[in-house]
Structure formats: structure tokens, C-alpha cells
Design a protein around this ligand. Sequence first.
Ligand SMILES: [Zn+2]
Length: 157
Amino acid sequence: MKRGTACPCGWQHSAASPRATQALQLQEHVFWACTGASAIRRAIHHNLPVSVQLLPRHVWLLEQPCQTVRKGVWYVVCLAALTAMLRARGLMFSTLARTGVEPAVVETRAVHLFLAALKDFAACQGSVSSFSDLSQAHPFVYARPNASLAVSLQLPP
Ligand SMILES: [Zn+2]
């Protein structure tokens, strides 16, 4: 399987499309529709108000989907998600391609990569970060009483 033309999940770009369109199709697939990306999107959406519709521009262009999430936190969520989506795809091409691609395994690993990226961010923030005043009700991350950050990502059932 050649990267950029097909995916272990079964997706394949339209061979009849111009190359620029194929590139956009690949971007949309890797960072939105592929198995791991979908699982990460569901995890993000699960932590937003129910009325919020998560759109590609929210994640790709770092646009806040609502005021519930502080802008700086949303940036971190998006970058963690995009990184995890790309790494999940890499896993599908390497480890999982040898053993078979089980969608449930890909989904679980993708969400764990996303969670790990959020935890890395939280661990790197000192007590004087610009997030040290986040309430415990803030989605994704919050500040502990000592002002250090903790991840509060709620996973969908
Ligand atoms: Zn795929």
C-alpha cells in the first residue's frame, strides 16, 4: 500500500481527481474521517457542550467552537488532536498493518495518544502559567489548588 493513495482502514482517494484535490482528500481523511481521527473527534466532542457541532475548521484552523473552552486551551487541544491523528495513522501503517487493522484497537490507541499529548502539555506547565486560574469545571484541563494543571478529558462510552 502506497502512502498518500490509500489507507489501511480501506479509504482510497479518487484516482480521477486532480492532484491538488487528491491532496485535500488525503488531508480530510487523515485529520477528520480516518478511524483514529474519528475517535479523537468523538472524544473532543464529548467534552464540549451538547449543542456544539464540531467542524473541521474548529480543529484545523484552531477556531474555538464555543466560549466554554478558553482559547489557549483550545489551541492545545487542536494541536494534541492533530498530532495524535497523524501518529495513529502511522501506527496503522506500521505495527497494526502487520497484525491486521482492528478499528477498535486503532480508536483506543488514537484516543490514548491524544490523552498522552494533553498530559504532556499539563505536565510541562508551571504554577505561573497562563492557565493556572482554570476552574475545575473547565473542559480538557483545569488548574489544581496548587495551580498546576491536570487533564480532565472525559472519554465517551
Ligand atoms: Zn484511514
